[in-house]
Design a binder for this molecule. Structure first.
Ligand SMILES: *Cc1c(COP(=O)(O)O)cnc(C)c1O
Length: 458
């Protein structure tokens, strides 16, 4: 087979500023050894997130010029609405400025004290929006999804038996909806099978509970179904996506992921009654129901992006470029979550740096070293992000895994950029014995990873 090439030519470029190792050492020191505090301009390859970092196409930029900025009933809204309806089949489409705004509206209505929201794994903003209402966010991931070293096709699947047991225990009247996140972002971008969506739907139907999709990466999930699940080989991505959404009564979406734009989102559903309540809240926080916190031009870009993301050549390149990086790292012996997910590679920092214990932040040590070594920016997902202090002893309580995430922006980097990233990581891995731990010298009371400052240990 020939090399899978980028299915686009480059028409407009953004120069990368190169820095020297000495310069990067100073930049990182000034940033308190926290890559979140580095100016983006000082980063060579930025793998901090795949959210809102996509490159738009010429057609999206020209759609932006077509944006109708009428306050109410804008032409751009109707284009946006018709594309979302085509893909989801849902009757009602409500634009929002990003994914969490859709979550905030939905859970303000269905959440509240005494309620439970089951999900395969809640993404952090979803969990925060559920919990903010007083409801409880419950993760019911299948067992294989919890083991980074197991290679399986659909590690994002929900544990259907656990779901049914949970509904029985909690009482169906206390479960306003069930959610499935496709792909499972927090679990490494692992896909969910059609069979699993179907099985979850039949449990929901049995108890009269609506099913919602957290659909941020629906197209990447549809591509995995096409490649891995029996019976989907000859179906188009659109057909697979339509089937996925057909089992759902509604969806929340961050267009910053699979709509290939820099801002936007939506909430879709079939229930008119719920939609009326959502629109009323939308007007308070986001804007009129035909723009929902977005400009007409943003709606045009989302509509065009949703068409482009269904292109199989695009998805082949997308999923392959993530897998390609994963293969390069594993063949050099670097431990990662297997198999590679859709949008990111997760390095297992515990196995990468066995000599650095969790309370010395092994993930942070890797993140700092790859910045110094090659100007690559990644994010720690471990004791820095999720660590808590014991209320009595003050001891650090670490999460089960210490990870470093390399998230791949869509259509931004070429194969040689990815080769460079692999080289930086492999070089770092080869001198891993020299890497030291870190201590925190400043931290905020909540979400400390964004602003914490560190000091390397001697
Ligand atoms: C990004 C994301 C969200 C939140 O969307 P924002 O646009 O960042 O507000 C929700 N769920 C998942 C799975 C996501 O990846």
């Amino acid at each position: 087979m020939k090399t899978i090439i980028e299915p686009f030519k480059i028409k407009s470029v953004e120069p990368i500023k190169f820095t020297t190792r000495d310069e990067r050492e100073k930049i990182l020191e000034n940033a308190g050894y926290n890559p979140f505090l580095i100016h983006a301009e000082d980063v060579i390859i930025d793998l901090l997130t795949d959210s809102g970092t996509s490159a738009m196409s010429a057609k999206q930029w020209s759609a932006i010029m077509e944006g109708d900025e009428s306050y109410a009933g804008s032409k751009s809204f109707y284009r946006f609405e018709s594309v979302v309806k085509k893909i989801t089949g849902h009757k009602i489409v409500i634009p929002t400025h990003q994914g969490r705004a859709a979550e905030k509206i939905l859970f303000s209505i269905v959440g509240g004290k005494g309620k439970f929201i089951p999900n395969n794994t809640h993404f952090d903003t979803t969990r925060a929006n559920v919990e903010f209402t007083g409801a409880e966010a419950v993760d019911l991931l299948n067992e294989t999804g919890k083991h980074p070293e197991i290679k399986a096709d659909f590690k994002g699947n929900m544990d259907v038996e656990a779901l049914e047991n949970f509904i029985r225990k909690a009482g169906k009247e206390n479960v306003p909806l069930v959610m499935i996140t496709v792909t499972n972002n927090s679990g490494g971008g692992q896909p969910v099978s059609m069979q699993n969506i179907r099985d979850v739907k039949s449990v929901c139907e049995k108890y009269g509970i609506p099913l919602f999709l957290d659909a941020c990466r629906f197209a990447e999930n549809a591509y995995f179904i096409k490649k891995r699940e029996k019976g989907y080989k000859n179906k188009s991505i659109l057909e697979i996506a339509q089937e996925m959404f057909s089992y759902a009564d509604g969806a929340t979406m961050s267009a910053k992921k699979d709509a290939l734009v820099n801002i936007g989102g939506f909430l879709s559903m079939n229930d008119e009654n719920l939609a009326t309540q959502c629109r009323n809240l939308l007007i308070v926080t986001e804007g009129f129901p035909t723009y929902g916190g977005l400009a007409g031009r943003d709606l045009e870009a989302v509509a065009q992006g949703l068409e482009e993301v269904l292109d199989e050549n695009y998805l082949q390149y997308r999923i392959r470029s993530t897998e390609y990086l994963g293969e390069k790292l594993t063949s050099a012996g670097i431990p990662i979550i297997e198999p590679p997910g859709g949008h990111a590679i997760y390095i297992d920092a515990k196995r990468f740096l066995p000599h650095v214990p969790p309370h010395q932040y092994p993930g942070q040590s890797i993140v700092c070293e790859i910045y110094i070594n090659g100007g690559v920016r990644a994010v720690e997902i471990g004791s820095v992000m999720f660590g808590k202090y014991h209320p009595d002893t003050g001891e650090l309580i670490s999460p089960p895994m210490e990870l470093v995430r390399l998230a791949i922006p869509r259509r931004v980097y070429t194969q040689s950029h990815i080769d460079y990233v692999a080289e930086v990581l492999i070089e770092t891995f080869e001198k891993r014995n020299k890497l030291k731990g870190y201590e925190i010298v400043y931290e905020a009371p909540v979400l400390r990873h964004f602003t914490a400052r560190f000091k390397p240990l001697k």
